[in-house]
Design a protein around this ligand. Structure first.
Ligand SMILES: Cc1cc2nc3c(=O)[nH]c(=O)nc-3n(C[C@H](O)[C@H](O)[C@H](O)COP(=O)(O)O)c2cc1C
Length: 177
């Protein structure tokens, strides 16, 4: 699968088979995150891989209190949950103070997501979670921020290629806005 095929076929998978994810596949997916570019090459990210059923369940319950987008509690029943964290103090900051740690972490996350797609695995960006609860469950230090979560596993639902997007005429500008 080339990169563009992965971009087109990646979908938010919210139902998973119980089958575990092979170690080699998981390592390749994490390596894709590690190799992501970041502002000034600061690499301010940490990836927490959750496979322990007790911790997964605690995580699933922990974030229900802030649940707003569809059935995340179902989504987090996947055999693996990857939690993307960032250390803002370690990240590059523009001279006007604009912080880039979320951008860096998001790029790493997308590398992870696209590599998972290439390996036949499903993922789903999860932004609707209670950060304090997630940090408590995973014993994440206070200075670290949680940017996103994704389940990882074999899809138990199939979706077509990405189609419901704005047209390029609505979003692409040449030379000026
Ligand atoms: C930053 C971000 C946060 C998201 N948070 C959630 C979430 O909390 N729960 C969920 O079910 N989907 C979440 N999604 C998935 C989007 O709803 C989904 O990507 C979008 O509807 C397009 O569908 P597709 O991914 O299947 O192409 C999130 C996606 C992004 C990029």
């Amino acid at each position: 699968m080339n990169v563009f095929e992965a971009i087109k076929t990646r979908r938010s998978i919210r139902k998973y088979k119980p089958d575990s994810v092979e170690k080699e596949k998981l390592e390749k997916i994490l390596e894709a995150g590690r190799l992501a570019p970041s502002a000034a090459n600061r690499q301010p990210w940490h990836f927490i891989v959750v496979t322990d059923p007790t911790v997964r369940e605690a995580l699933r319950l922990a974030h229900e209190s802030d649940w707003s987008v569809r059935s995340t509690s179902q989504v987090l029943k996947a055999p693996v949950i990857i939690v993307i964290c960032a250390e803002p103090e370690a990240a590059w900051r523009r001279s006007d103070g604009e912080e880039y740690w979320k951008v860096d972490a998001a790029i790493a996350m997308q590398n992870i997501v696209l590599t998972a797609t290439d390996e036949g695995l499903g993922t789903c960006w999860i932004g609707a979670f209670n950060e304090e609860n997630v940090k408590k469950v995973l014993k994440i230090p206070p200075e670290i921020r949680v940017v996103a979560l994704t389940p990882l596993g074999y899809p138990a639902e199939s979706k077509g290629i990405v189609s419901d997007r704005k047209s390029s005429t609505e979003i692409v500008h040449y030379d000026q806005w």
